[in-house]
Design a protein around this ligand. Structure first.
Ligand SMILES: Cc1ncc(COP(=O)(O)O)c(C=O)c1O
Length: 378
């Protein structure tokens, strides 16, 4: 039996009923929205409506469904149509799905990028952030929760500062939606990007974003929509303004089921994740020969269930390999697609061993994982 501690990459198990929903869709004659009256219209509407409720009651019309958070971030960042003179403020905690689209624009259009560093607690350095905002960036993109340390940033106040400075704000909620309650109206985020296969326990290949009213992203990805086929240009109304082509209907039916399940079970899921995370963190901290990264002592309120560490004398890749081969524990090692944070937290250039729990992780699994780490540490 494998112990799965790689939920930050992709959650497992999926929510109950997800696999069955996907199989059911694949076993039913396919149909597409607008192309026929079909169950898939319901699935897509269900996803939009559940996500709109989950974000605190936003309009379902403003929920765009995509393949994953990376897809959403590309649509959002490229849709800003940034010019050479534009400045973007972001941070060193960002995932490559934010950094690479920005670097791409930097090399193509010459945009300027300011990457705010972290203070000693792993939080964005507010003084540096404020001084960057004084230069009037057009766009601010911030990660809500680090996929390396699990640290929750105070994005409500950070994004409010950005709005006051006149910037458009994008929140990368890939590691927060499903893990912590999130309300769009309390966040000053113009765009909230999320994924289906992590905290929501849906299938890979699903994701989306909330685009608040008044934000009109440029379309760079256009094509068939199944509706308004008479138009020579892609429709401009939301949400199809930012969607084109045949959607991932099997995946979205899985996501709709996951969301439905989450609406009744999310609170308990989050509470269990929090408890297991405390067990894991304290257990690792109490083990000699272990170094934790981005730890906050006993303040567990600032982390979701992601813990990064290293065992003295062990290479991180080797640790992951031995944990998998000898102990049946699946985790992730290295830079975790977030190359810049490691300098800040002291884990460059190798990165970390990352254990990420979910609300499905059991106490026994945590105990077994801790025993394995202790074994290697000694
Ligand atoms: C913080 C963060 N942003 C973005 C992503 C990209 O998510 P997706 O795999 O859905 O594209 C991830 C995935 O690891 C992530 O951790």
């Amino acid at each position: 039996v494998k112990i799965y501690l790689n939920n930050a990459a992709s959650a497992w198990p999926r929510a109950p009923g997800v696999a069955e929903a996907i199989v059911r869709t694949l076993e039913t004659p396919p149909s597409h929205p607008g192309r026929s009256v079909s169950c898939c219209v319901d699935v897509i509407t269900q996803c939009r409506e559940s996500l709109a409720r989950l974000l605190g009651g936003v309009s379902a019309e403003r929920i765009v469904l995509t393949m994953n958070a990376t897809h959403s971030l590309n649509i959002a960042i490229l849709g800003m149509a940034l010019q050479k003179s534009d400045m973007v403020v972001t941070s060193v905690t960002e995932h490559n799905s934010v950094l690479r689209p920005l670097h791409h624009l930097q090399s193509r259009n010459g945009i300027q990028i300011r990457k705010i560093r972290l203070d000693s607690h792993g939080s964005i350095d507010v003084a540096e952030y404020r001084s960057a905002l004084a230069d009037k960036p057009r766009l601010v993109v911030l990660n809500h929760v680090s996929n390396v340390t699990g640290r929750i940033q105070d994005v409500a106040s950070l994004l409010a500062l950005a709005k006051n400075a006149g910037a458009v704000t994008i929140l990368d909620a890939s590691q927060s939606l499903g893990h912590i309650p999130l309300r769009a109206d309390e966040l000053s985020a113009d765009i909230i990007v999320f994924t289906g296969h992590k905290g929501l326990h849906g299938p890979a290949g699903t994701g989306g974003m909330y685009v608040s009213p008044g934000i009109e992203l440029e379309q760079f990805y256009v094509g068939g929509t199944g509706v308004r086929s008479d138009l020579s240009m892609h429709p401009t109304e939301m949400p199809i303004r930012l969607e084109a082509g045949t959607p991932n209907v099997p995946g979205l039916s899985g996501l709709a089921t996951a969301l439905q399940w989450y609406e009744s079970n999310g609170e308990a899921l989050r509470e269990t994740e929090h408890q297991q995370s405390i067990l894991l963190r304290t257990g690792l901290r109490d083990t000699s020969g272990i170094r934790l990264y981005g730890d906050d002592g006993d303040d567990f309120s600032k982390h979701i269930g992601i813990t990064s560490f290293r065992i003295d004398g062990w290479d991180v890749e080797e640790t992951g390999f031995v944990l998998q081969e000898s102990f049946d524990i699946i985790c992730r090692t290295g830079l975790h697609c977030a190359p810049l944070i490691h300098e800040a937290i002291g884990s460059a250039p190798e990165g970390t061993v990352r254990f990420s729990v979910s609300g499905f992780t059991t106490r026994e699994e945590i105990d077994t994982a801790l025993a394995a780490v202790r074994n290697l540490a000694s």
